[in-house]
Design a protein around this ligand. Sequence first.
Ligand code: A3P
Length: 314
Amino acid sequence: QRAKLSLLFDRYKHKFTTFPKENGWLGEILYMYQGFWLMSKTIYSVETVMAAQDTFRAHPNDIYLVSLPKSGTTWIKALVFATMNRNRYKNNNPLSTDHPLLVSNPHHCVPFVEDESFRTNPSYRDTKSPRLFATHIAYSSLPQSILDSGCRLVYMCRNPKDVLVSLCKCLDLMTIEEAFGMFSRGVNPYGPYWDHVKAYYKASLEHPTRILFLTYENMKLDTVRNVKRLAEFLGFPFTEEEKTKGAVEEIVSLCSFENLSEVNKHGDFRSGVPNNIFFREGKVGDWRNHLTTEMGEILDQITKEKFNGLDISF
Ligand code: A3P
């Protein structure tokens, strides 16, 4: 994987190493590419995004789960994977012991578009239809074939204060003051936060049958209702019989923070990246334990100005 990334870096570096840059959150450089801050030499990086733009080919039946890092990507991957595959595992029972979500990380079940190691793997071409992918790529930077193919996208948005705290606390490499300063300036992986969210929100209003806009907070509030909505949107509606038998509740419970964090307590997702890095508190409003009231107010003010009347509430 490292060797493949190095090759890619070498192939694309002449294009981006002169772009504006900032020190990143993980001790590496963030490059400004097409208006968004991207890391380098990781699987979600400026060079893998460029490679995806050059070579990724969407199919009309594909489904894409889109989010900013720390907005609930892992959770939405699990929920959609479990919903789409609910008849595939033993006895139609999503809780049967052969279910991938009981033994592996949701990120292994749903690959990222910008994961070069996956795309160069031959199994990528064999994936059955509809294919399910995730991506953090900004709307305006999506590979053109995703926009042209008419396929469906689900966008998971989260309160910026919780995204900031989740980012800062997942590795704990910087102080909350430093993290607040960078995030407020829009410098976070795939940020600025507000530009990323706004573009998908507007696109969801323009193309309501193609793009579903969800929030982490609403998902927490009523997961069952939102999973039913998701299933309908994606073309996998639950039958009345399934609903009566509690199939939706089973999926919600399989994908709960408690269950997934237990399954992923040990082991590595990739070399040097522990499975449990994707699971911390799993709560709404944890920012109150880390940001000052003043920091919260400043972020609220920025959000109000940037969203400028858009009906996005958390
Ligand atoms: P916190 O750091 O606030 O706990 P991502 O998957 O986009 O990296 O987002 C990670 C955030 O989602 C973390 O938030 C993590 O704890 C939370 N999360 C992970 N799995 C979850 C689940 N099954 N239900 C709710 N939240 C979950």
